[in-house]
Design a protein around this ligand. Structure first.
Ligand code: ADP
Ligand code: NI
Length: 215
């Protein structure tokens, strides 16, 4: 007779969610692939530990499902992310309260979401920090240039002013990446963000030095 435990049930639920995510993010750029999801999950669980979160299952599910239905990759006719998540988690017998929180995170996590309309639950604050940390530092630089390449954007346009919607990838640093350090929600997240922010600053300094190379 199989010994049934809560831990086994949780492992099974997580592995079903992992399978769902892997299928659902197909076609996203390499900066939003399964490895991004795994990094965000790891960061979120680490921040959750620092923040002494009791419900780590909610943190893990919210991290795994945070990019489902990302507007950057939406195609006409795609299903509503909230409904997809609700159907999946209900079929796995996850409590309604947890499902609601996972959907809030998925709905509101984007940098472009209007901050004012967001209900900042503790899980939301943690997963948003984890996602933002993956957008800065060495990996953040790699992801930005990958996304810029995916969209065939120019690397840098010397005369471009930061408009919030720059066409070059260097412009995106000013639109978004350099602002993230000040937008962190958690103390632990802010500490990591400061280190990663420095990497961006050092990179830009070196970039301009090479760009303005004088004979
Ligand atoms: P949002 O929070 O608005 O959904 P994301 O956090 O999903 O944006 O962005 C994910 C990744 O894609 C980040 O690493 C970000 O730097 C990159 N990215 C988004 N837009 C651009 C852009 N215009 N140029 C370069 N990278 C971008
Ligand atoms: Ni993400």
């Amino acid at each position: 007779m199989a010994i049934y435990s809560e831990e086994m049930e949780r492992k099974l639920q997580i592995s079903k969610v992992e399978d769902f995510v892997k299928v659902n993010i197909r076609g996203f750029d390499a900066g939003h692939d399964w490895y991004h999801i795994e990094r965000v999950r790891k960061l979120a669980l680490a921040l959750g530990k620092e923040e002494k979160v009791s419900n780590t299952l909610t943190v893990e599910l919210a991290a795994l499902l945070h990019d489902i239905g990302d507007s950057k990759f939406r195609k006409p006719g795609d299903c509503n992310a909230g409904e997809l998540i609700a159907d999946l988690l209900t079929s796995l017998q996850i409590e309604k309260e947890i499902i609601d929180e996972v959907i809030i995170v998925n709905n509101c996590i984007s940098f472009s979401s209007k901050e004012k309309q967001v209900i900042k639950t503790q899980v939301f604050r943690i997963v948003q920090d984890a996602d933002r940390l993956d957008a800065i530092g060495a990996i953040g630089i790699a992801r930005a240039f990958n996304y810029g390449g995916f969209r065939n954007n120019p690397i840098y346009i010397p005369d471009e002013k930061s408009t919030g919607n720059s066409s070059s990838t260097i412009g995106h640093f000013y639109d978004k990446l350099l602002k993230l350090k000040e937008m962190m929600n958690t103390t632990a997240g802010r500490k990591i963000a400061e280190e990663r922010h420095e990497i961006l600053v050092r990179f830009l300094k070196e970039f301009y030095k090479e760009w303005d190379f004088q004979i």
